[in-house]
Design a protein around this ligand. Structure first.
Ligand code: PLP
Length: 402
């Protein structure tokens, strides 16, 4: 057979399961994988539409919204673009609190699409100050700012941005801009309340907390966002919400990824029925705390440390680990992958080589976290990176404490 069709395994010595600690895509539960193994079906077939409608309503429950939902066969970038081109007009000013690589990328997209961008600069390790966002809004007397685009969970830095506090700041200065939130790596990991927090537009994707393959993304839209949509003059086609509302599915211009919906039906069952959303959040919090306990222990001997220096902003989805000065993160990741079959995330943007990231989101439990941390600790030793041994014990103690 042609070598390209039957290639040698990339890691011939790899045995057992790949321990996947990337911050997205994430582990897919076996029952979700099995659910997606479906033959194609017409996306207008009543049998599919019943599944589709249930998923649509279930996803709104995860977003904690009673308002509108639009879905796209696209990764998170697609939903980012859709949120902007449906609610804004060319030349509109958007305010983007700086959180890290993903706020930078969203800002770059805004510029490319013809919007004016004002960033609220911040220290990535501490997280943007709410008072700085408030000051920028207060200074905008003419209400030129039409949207505040926040990244709820900055996947690159391992930080969270408290959206309820952003909403409170907007309300204090009575600013009418839309509040937009990227929930791509927070949704299904820790609490997000679209309606209660007054989020007008939120953006999510299939491949993180929802535990699905990459393949669809979506936008929640409030009534205020729909009003802005009716006034928006930005060119759009595939992402056009008006076009979608005219369709039976009220989403998707084009083919619906039917197999993913069977997977979504199962992942929603796991999250909303079997485990319960609050328990999902508690599990993420417990595992995240153990990871941080481990990293804090490693730092004891001038070793790697938590990238995020502000406990109020620690993320329960992902921990970015800052390497000691003069040590590259990549050999550690390489050893973890090649010797132990443990995959971690690399540093993005200005953090390339400086951090590695441990994703602890999605379908994950204690033994998976312990195995991952133990393998990384071995990799640190093999790569000659200074660290205090015993990080795994610190994680065990944290998990045992509950
Ligand atoms: N926003 C955040 C916070 C992310 O973590 C990612 C991807 O990791 C994106 C946006 C981009 O999403 P996608 O890669 O699905 O296009």
């Amino acid at each position: 057979m042609d070598g390209s069709i039957s290639p040698k395994p990339a890691r011939p010595m790899a045995r057992g399961r790949l321990f996947f600690a990337n911050p997205g895509p994430t582990n897919i539960p076996d029952s979700v994988l099995a659910a997606t193994a479906r033959a194609s079906i017409d996306f207008n077939d009543p049998a599919f539409l019943a599944v589709y409608d249930a998923c649509f309503e279930g996803l709104k429950k995860v977003l904690k919204t009673k308002h509108h939902l639009f879905m796209y066969t696209a990764s998170g970038h697609g939903a980012w673009e859709a949120s902007l081109v449906n609610t804004l007009s060319p030349g509109d000013l958007v305010l983007i609190p700086e959180t890290g690589h993903f706020s930078d990328s969203w800002a770059k997209m805004c510029g490319t699409l013809g919007f004016e961008v004002q960033q609220v600069p911040a220290d990535w390790r501490r997280g943007v100050e709410i008072s700085a966002i408030e000051a920028a809004l207060a200074a905008d007397k003419d209400h030129k700012i039409k949207a505040v685009c926040c990244v709820h969970n900055e996947t690159a830095a391992g930080t969270r941005l408290p959206l309820d506090q952003v909403r409170a700041a907007m309300d204090r200065v009575k600013h009418p801009a839309l509040l937009m939130s990227d929930t791509i790596s927070s949704l299904g990991c820790y609490d997000f309340r679209m309606d209660e927090w007054g989020v007008d537009v939120c953006v999510g994707g299939s491949q993180k907390g929802l535990m699905l393959p990459t393949g669809f993304s979506f936008t929640g839209a409030s009534e205020k966002a729909m009003e802005a949509h009716r006034k928006s003059t930005h060119p759009r086609h595939y992402f056009d919400w008006t076009e979608m509302l005219a369709r039976r599915q009220k989403s998707f211009v084009g083919t619906v990824p039917t197999t993913l919906f069977y997977g979504l039906q199962e992942s929603l069952r796991l999250m909303l029925v079997e485990e319960g959303l609050d328990n999902v959040f508690a599990r993420h919090a417990r595992l995240a705390k153990a990871v941080r306990a481990c990293v804090q222990h490693w730092s004891g001997n001038n070793g790697p440390q938590l990238y995020c220096q502000n406990p109020e902003r620690w993320s329960d989805s992902v921990t970015a680990v800052l390497m000691p000065e003069g040590y590259d993160a990549e050999p550690v990741r390489k050893i973890a992958l090649e010797r132990f079959n443990v995959s971690t995330g690399g540093g993005l943007n200005k953090l390339a080589g400086k951090v590695f990231r441990i994703g602890h989101l999605g379908d994950l439990n204690e033994p998976m976290i312990i195995g991952t941390l133990g393998s990384i600790e071995m990799a640190l030793g093999l790569a000659g990176v200074p660290h205090a041994k015993g990080g795994v014990q610190a994680a065990l103690d944290s998990l045992a404490a509950g």
